[in-house]
Design a protein around this ligand. Structure first.
Ligand SMILES: NC(=O)c1ccc[n+]([C@@H]2O[C@H](COP(=O)([O-])OP(=O)(O)OC[C@H]3O[C@@H](n4cnc5c(N)ncnc54)[C@H](OP(=O)(O)O)[C@@H]3O)[C@@H](O)[C@H]2O)c1
Length: 308
């Protein structure tokens, strides 16, 4: 059974316990966006998800458009009902095989509904624990144009309807600005998922609002992403110095900083590498002292360099 100390599988919680809506989850979760790199080695993809669960992860972030259903498919096969894993998906885009990008925006209310149905089918479940409404009104990523520019209230209305119909248990928002976040608060948000890391901290005010409102802050790109050209946490001199002094890797220090930074932070680092998964979970055991935190806090934010 799920408890504060252990997950349903009896594993000690990775990174300790955190809150995601009404649910207790491990503070260290798993982001599935890198899994499609293992498309030609499905056994390895399944093994990574199983290993994450064994290591005390019970929060997995996914999307139908991660590998055109591949990530969801692997999660459906790897996760057993008794694992009681909190699978979180997102809507606002849809797979676009053969297009200029592997996904296209799908922001319209009927598209949000269709995306929830696609996720239900590919994940093989009859309700999704949490779905993030991924907005597209600012960089990075595709920016809505034409009929893809949809009023937030119209989107929240369909998300609420899907909740009331029992298709989704909780609602989050992703890639939002302060104004959008404030407008979405009355819906009763479980989380905000924005791009945020030691090197991209422009959303600090939003993070603090989420602390005050009891909303989980689930940063995407916690290490600065896999995309070349984006600022990487692991390139920062202060991160390298703290890593060296503690005998840890730079990635672990970047993740540990996030865990120390605010109590509502939940991690979903993305990896397709089994050793990196182990390292990411081990981050929960890292204690950063005041001197280390001061040195890391002094790293300048470079959100402006995140690719549009
Ligand atoms: N809401 C949204 O719009 C949105 C957008 C993007 C992502 N997301 C979610 O956020 C999750 C995290 O973002 P992300 O995966 O794009 O970026 P990320 O977690 O910042 O970085 C992933 C990159 O870091 C590497 N990495 C991971 N752990 C490492 C370690 N211990 N040591 C060294 N390198 C390590 C990975 O390579 P290896 O595979 O080789 O480990 C990969 O190249 C995604 O998986 C996805 O679930 C949400």
């Amino acid at each position: 059974m799920t408890s504060t100390d252990t997950t349903a599988t009896g594993s000690p919680r990775a990174g300790g316990a955190g809150r995601l809506g009404a649910r207790t989850v491990s503070r260290i979760g798993f982001g599935a966006m890198q899994l499609p790199r293992l498309r030609d080695d499905r056994a390895a993809a399944l093994a990574i998800v199983r290993r994450a669960i064994e290591l005390g992860v019970d929060h997995i972030d996914t999307a139908q458009f991660y590998g055109d259903g591949f990530a969801n498919d692997v999660i459906r096969e790897a996760v057993r009902p008794e694992d009681d894993v909190y699978v979180v998906s997102k809507v606002g885009a849809t797979p676009h095989s053969g297009g200029p990008h592997p996904l296209r925006l799908a922001q319209r209310p009927e598209e949000l509904r269709a995306s929830v149905e696609d996720n239900l089918k590919s994940l093989g479940i009859d309700r999704i624990p949490l779905v993030n409404l991924r907005r597209a009104s600012r960089a990075p990523g595709l920016i809505a144009e034409g009929d893809q520019v949809v009023d937030l209230d119209d989107q929240l209305a369909v998300m609420t309807a899907l909740h009331d119909e029992g298709k989704i248990d909780a609602i989050g928002v992703s890639h939002v600005g302060m104004d959008e976040l404030r407008r979405a608060l009355p819906v009763g948000l479980a989380c905000v998922q924005n791009a945020y890391s030691l090197v991209a901290r422009d959303d600090e005010e939003m993070l603090r609002l989420c602390v005050a409102e009891g909303i989980a802050w689930v940063p995407y790109f916690p290490l600065g992403s896999a995309f070349p050209g984006m600022p990487k946490v692991t390139d920062e001199a202060a991160v390298l110095a703290v890593a060296e002094s503690l005998g840890r890797t730079p990635a672990q220090i970047g993740l540990a900083w996030l865990l120390h930074h605010a109590p509502n932070v939940l991690l979903i680092p993305g990896t397709a590498d089994a050793a990196h998964l182990e390292a990411n979970v081990a981050t929960g055991a890292i204690s950063l002292d005041a001197a280390a935190l001061d040195a890391l806090d002094a790293v300048p934010t470079r959100s402006g360099e995140i690719l549009g």
